[in-house]
Design a protein around this ligand. Structure first.
Ligand SMILES: [Zn+2]
Length: 372
C-alpha cells in the first residue's frame, strides 16, 4: 500500500471530532435487542445534521432530511452488536451461555466480559482449562457452547444471583477501540457500527456542504440485523422508501485460512465493495458503479447467490419491492473482538454514498422495463 502513496491522493473525510464520536460509539455496548444507549449516542451526534427524527418500538433510529418530500431515499446501516445470553447458572456459580447473534465460541476462552444487569455491569471471564491439564494431545477438544463457561468469581448460584445476574442477562466483551499503524480502526462490532458512523458522516457532509436534496432522506440505524434483518424489516415497512442504499461489512479474504475460490478476492484498503445479487437492483447498482468511476473512488466487486445476507434484502423484498443496493466495507476477522477496517475505505464508503445521493433525482424510476 505505502509504495503507491505518491500516485493515490486520498483526502480524509473523517475529522478528529467525528473520530472522537466513532470511538465513543464503538466503546458503548449495543447488544442485539438492547441497542438503545448506542442509538441515543448516535442520534445525539446526528441531530445537528437532520431536520427531524423517528424511533420505533424496538429501537431503530431514523434521522430525516426533507420530511415532507414524497420521494424517499434510505441510507441504512445496522446498530446491533453480537453478544451472549446467560442461559444456565450452575450450583457452583458458573454460567453457561447461548448466542445472541453469530457470536463465535472459538474466540471466547480467556476473554474478559461485561454482564449487563439491572444493578449495572458485572465483570467476569470466560475460563478455559490450562494447557497442562488438557487431555487429548493432537486431538484437543475445541471450544463449543457445551464446554465454555463464564466465571464471575462466585462459588454458588445464590452468590451469582445476588450480583444481579439472571438467565437472560446479556454479555458483551470489554475490548475497546484502537487505531492500528495509523491505518486501521480496530474494535468489537465495527460490524456494523462503522456503518452507522458512515451514514451519519454522510449527513454531516450534506449539511456542511449546504446540499439541498430534491427528495426526503432517511438515515436509518436499524436494530436486530444479527438475528435476521429484523429491525430493517420493521422500519422498511414503516418508511415505505422508493430507494434504499444499505451499507454493511464484508470479509477481507486476504488473511490466512480463507478460500478465495469460495469467498472471492476482497481486501481492506482497496475500496468499498459493490454486490451483484438478484436482491440488488441492477439500475441502482449501475448508478453506484458509475458514481464511483466518475469520482475516482476505488471499488471492488462481490457476487452473492440469491440474497446478500444483509439488510439490503429486507428493504428489497419489502413494500412490493424497493430498489436496493449494497455498499460494503471490507473487514478483517469478523465477529471477533479485533475486527479491522481500513481508514481509507471508511472515507471512500462515505464519499460513495454521498456522491450517489447527489446523483439520484426525485421521482427517479429504476424499473428495468418502463411503461410503453
Ligand atoms: Zn455481523
Amino acid at each position: 500500500m505505502a509504495k503507491n502513496k505518491a500516485e493515490t491522493t486520498h483526502t480524509p473525510v473523517v475529522t478528529d471530532k467525528s473520530l472522537e464520536f466513532f470511538e465513543r460509539y464503538i466503546n458503548n455496548p449495543s447488544p442485539t435487542g438492547f441497542e438503545w444507549k448506542g442509538q441515543e449516542l448516535w442520534l445525539d451526534y446526528l441531530k445537528p445534521y437532520i431536520d427531524d427524527y423517528y424511533v420505533d418500538n424496538y429501537g431503530t433510529a431514523v434521522g430525516i432530511i426533507n420530511k415532507d418530500a414524497e420521494y424517499k431515499v434510505v441510507i441504512e446501516a445496522h446498530a446491533d452488536e453480537i453478544s451472549w445470553f446467560v442461559n444456565y447458572i450452575t450450583n457452583d456459580g458458573l454460567i453457561y451461555v447461548i448466542r445472541n447473534g453469530g457470536s463465535d465460541h472459538q474466540i471466547a476462552p480467556s476473554k474478559r466480559v461485561n454482564i449487563h444487569t439491572d444493578k449495572g455491569i458485572v465483570k467476569a471471564v470466560f475460563g478455559w482449562p490450562a494447557i497442562h491439564t488438557r487431555q487429548g494431545g493432537e486431538k484437543e477438544e475445541a471450544p463449543t457452547l457445551k464446554n465454555i463457561s463464564i466465571d464471575c468469581g462466585c462459588t454458588s448460584k445464590e452468590e451469582v444471583e445476588n450480583l444481579g445476574i439472571h438467565v437472560g442477562c446479556v454479555i458483551t466483551y470489554e475490548d475497546e477501540f484502537m487505531v492500528l499503524n495509523n491505518r486501521y480502526y480496530v474494535g468489537r462490532a465495527l460490524d456494523n457500527r462503522a456503518g452507522g458512523f458512515m451514514i451519519a458522516e454522510v449527513a454531516r457532509l450534506l449539511k456542511e456542504n449546504n446540499i439541498k436534496l430534491p427528495f426526503g432522506l432517511y438515515i436509518v440505524n436499524a436494530v436486530q440485523e444479527e438475528i435476521g434483518l429484523r429491525g430493517a424489516e420493521m422500519i422498511a415497512h414503516h418508511i415505505k422508501p422508493n430507494v434504499a442504499i444499505v451499507t454493511d461489512v464484508t470479509h477481507d479474504t486476504s488473511t490466512p485460512m480463507i478460500n478465495k475460490i469460495v469467498q472471492g478476492d476482497l481486501a481492506c484498503g482497496r475500496g468499498p465493495v459493490v454486490s451483484y445479487a438478484p436482491a440488488v437492483q441492477t439500475n441502482l447498482n449501475k448508478l453506484l458503479v458509475e458514481t464511483a468511476q466518475k469520482n475516482n473512488i476505488p471499488f471492488q466487486r462481490q457476487a452473492s447467490s440469491r440474497s446478500t445476507g444483509t439488510d439490503t434484502d429486507a428493504f428489497a423484498y419489502s413494500n412490493d419491492g424497493v430498489p436496493s443496493a449494497l455498499i460494503s466495507l471490507p473487514l478483517r476477522y469478523m465477529h471477533t473482538t479485533v475486527e479491522m477496517i481500513h481508514k481509507e475505505d471508511v472515507d471512500n464508503v462515505i464519499r460513495l454514498i454521498y456522491e450517489c445521493l447527489l446523483n439520484i433525482e426525485a421521482g427517479q424510476d429504476f424499473r428495468y422495463i418502463k411503461n410503453r
